[in-house]
Structures are given as structure tokens and as C-alpha cells.
Design a protein around this ligand. Structure first.
Ligand SMILES: [Zn+2]
Length: 187
């Protein structure tokens, strides 16, 4: 499961559409995955679950000071796992032209989710995992722009399946031990 938390001026509708785009990219190139908007109105039980196997991505207002000039997001690694942030101001700056904001945010979500899953994986020269994504990469007619090469897709899929299996067994173990999982957000 990928949990998305919005701390930016992006509207809830824009985040919903961005999540739909990220889910589409995953479905097309990797596998169907549960993407949840954890900033949507109303309680979402899946957002208060704690599993180290889940992916957490925050959409934040401004790029972090240590981000490169053209960076759309960053993934931070911790001993307990990784979490990622997408920069709303950088997505906005790419919006000029015909690229809708949710498309840019959605592709950035999918890009960072892959960094979280495969922290050792570097960037590629084309497709979704390019290091420097420009306005040209978000044109509506570009079929190649969300592409993930099959070899990388196999590795990502394997890791996502491992996480899903491991996360499920962890949840079962926690339930049988009677220990409730406290809600926690990575800051
Ligand atoms: Zn990247």
C-alpha cells in the first residue's frame, strides 16, 4: 500500500487525480497497488495502520533546501525504512503549457515510490525514472514518458510483492498478539 499525505496547497481533488495517475502507471508497468489519499476527508483506517512495509509519500509545499535545482521530490532513508516527499512548488513550475498539475504530481509520486522500493536503483535516460524531468516529459501525448523498462519492472514488482507478503504476515502476527498498531506519521 502507498499512503499519500498532502501538506501542500494542492487541492484534495488534485491529490486524488495525482494518485489515480500514479496508480495507472503502476498498473500499466508494474502491478496493481493500493494508493490511498490519507489527507482526504473522513477517517481512513488504512492510514493509521503502521507497517514498515508500506510506502509513505508526502506532498509538501516547497522543495527541501538540499534538493537539486530541478528535483521534483526526494526519498529519505532511515534505519527503519524510507519515506519520500514530492515538492509542490517544483510541480507547479512545470505546469506551464498543457501539462495538468495532477499528471505531474502523479508521475512524481510513482517516480519516488520506485526510489523507496529500490533505494539502490539509479536514474535512467528515458521514461519515468529520468533524473531531470522537464515539461516535455509531461505532455499528454507522450506515451514513452511514464515508461518503466521491463528489467526494472521485474525487480520493482518482486520487491512490492515481498513487502505485501511480509506486511500481511506482520499484521497477522500483531493481531494474534493482541497488540494494537499505533498511528504514526514519519515527519
Ligand atoms: Zn529520482
Amino acid at each position: 500500500m502507498v499512503r499519500v499525505f498532502n501538506y501542500s496547497p494542492a487541492s484534495p481533488e488534485a491529490i486524488d487525480l495525482a494518485i489515480a495517475e500514479a496508480a495507472r502507471v503502476f498498473w500499466m508497468h508494474l502491478l496493481p497497488a493500493d494508493w490511498v489519499n490519507c489527507s482526504a476527508a473522513g477517517p481512513r483506517p488504512e492510514c493509521s495502520l503502521k507497517s514498515s512495509q508500506d510506502l509513505i509519500i508526502r506532498v509538501i509545499a516547497k522543495a527541501l533546501p538540499n534538493a537539486g535545482a530541478h528535483t521534483l521530490g526526494m526519498t529519505s532513508r532511515f534505519q527503519t525504512g524510507s519515506s519520500a516527499a514530492i515538492f509542490f512548488d517544483r510541480a507547479e513550475s512545470l505546469r506551464l503549457g498543457s501539462s495538468p498539475l495532477p499528471l505531474i504530481l502523479g508521475r512524481a509520486l510513482a517516480h519516488e515510490a520506485i526510489h523507496v522500493v529500490l533505494p539502490e536503483q539509479g536514474h535512467l535516460h528515458r521514461g519515468l525514472m529520468k533524473a531531470h524531468l522537464t515539461q516535455a516529459d509531461f505532455q499528454l501525448g507522450c506515451t514513452d514518458c511514464s515508461m518503466i523498462p521491463p528489467a526494472m519492472a521485474v525487480t520493482v514488482r518482486r520487491e512490492l510483492e515481498r513487502r505485501a507478503l511480509y506486511g500481511h504476515s506482520m499484521t497477522l502476527a500483531a493481531k494474534s498478539a493482541g497488540s494494537p498498531q499505533p498511528a504514526r506519521e514519519i515527519p
